[in-house]
Design a protein around this ligand. Structure first.
Ligand SMILES: NC(=O)c1ccc[n+]([C@@H]2O[C@H](COP(=O)([O-])OP(=O)(O)OC[C@H]3O[C@@H](n4cnc5c(N)ncnc54)[C@H](O)[C@@H]3O)[C@@H](O)[C@H]2O)c1
Length: 265
């Protein structure tokens, strides 16, 4: 375990949006929630169903961490406000927000339906806007600045057959930098992570052949597939004291995939 003192996260209060998951699978949100708690933060785990959030809370408690779960559809303004109020009521302050929610798409603009385009835009962007809208005033009133991490994707800069998804994730880059510019004066750092292919429940629950999986692995310059832990560790770094001079940064965590011309599947 990394020293909680060095990271400066002990006693901080974090919300991980989309931090739940099925059973014990390690998604990007769950890994961030567990590692933030390992580093001493108190974590509010939010997911669209309470059971998904509670699974993560149980995993954190087994490691002697502090966490509470809440259900919310974070595309809805009132539910986002409820989550921020829940953090303040339970733990009296707010320091960290990990905006992790995202869903995939597969098609070109010609094949994509208007309905699915609207859904991808709504789920991949709106929770980041709404959660930040309510979290930033809470961070300011907590009196010690804050840190927000938005999860984009390398599809934002290296699109490949996921058109609505890529467009939504491109907007996450701009949103992150706009927020960093607007709220630096409040001591709030806003950074963005662009993961490459990561083996998470959301990915493997849709079904993945061995050859597709090895294509994802081989897309990396170091022939390695990412896990939720790789993204969670990047979140912890960006929220920690070690990143006190880092804001508006777009951090690629992809084993070099986006430098490679190899197909990534
Ligand atoms: N897995 C990958 O290969 C990969 C690659 C690049 C980027 N990403 C991004 O990383 C993030 C996390 O992906 P993951 O695969 O680790 O998934 P994850 O395991 O972190 O799951 C995301 C969670 O968000 C929840 N969620 C979805 N809609 C919600 C809503 N409206 N309100 C509340 N909760 C909601 C889901 O129930 C799920 O538990 C996403 O933004 C994704 O686009 C993933």
């Amino acid at each position: 375990m990394i020293s909680s003192l060095e990271l400066g996260l002990k006693g901080k209060v974090a919300i991980v949006a989309g931090g739940g998951g099925p059973l014990e699978g390690i998604g990007n949100g769950r890994a961030a929630a567990i590692l933030l708690a390992d580093a001493g933060a108190k974590v509010v785990v939010v997911d669209k169903e309470i059971d998904l959030a509670q699974n993560t809370v149980d995993m954190i408690k087994k490691r002697d961490g502090k966490a509470i779960g809440i259900a919310g559809d974070l595309t809805i303004s009132d539910e986002c406000k409820k989550v921020v109020d829940f953090a303040l009521e339970n733990w009296g302050r707010l320091d960290i927000l990990d905006n992790n929610i995202g869903i995939a798409s597969k098609l070109s603009v010609v094949e994509e339906t208007e309905e699915h385009w609207d859904r991808v835009m709504n789920v991949n962007l709106k929770p980041m806007f709404l959660m930040s809208k309510f979290a930033i005033p809470a961070m300011i009133s907590s009196g010690d600045g804050g840190s927000i991490v938005n999860i984009s994707s390398i599809s934002a800069t290296r699109p490949k057959g996921l058109t609505s998804y890529s467009a939504s994730k491109g907007a996450v880059l701009s949103l992150s930098q706009a927020m960093a510019v607007d709220h630096g004066k409040n001591g709030i750092r806003v950074n963005c992570i662009l993961p490459g292919p990561v083996y998470t429940p959301m990915v493997y629950s849709e079904g993945m052949t061995e050859s597709h999986r090895s294509q994802r692995q081989n897309a990396s310059l170091i022939e390695m597939e990412g896990t939720g832990w790789d993204i969670g560790k990047a979140v912890v770094y960006l929220c920690s004291e070690w990143a006190r001079y880092v804001t508006g940064h777009l951090m690629v965590v992809d084993g070099g995939c986006s430098l490679s011309a190899r197909p990534r599947g």
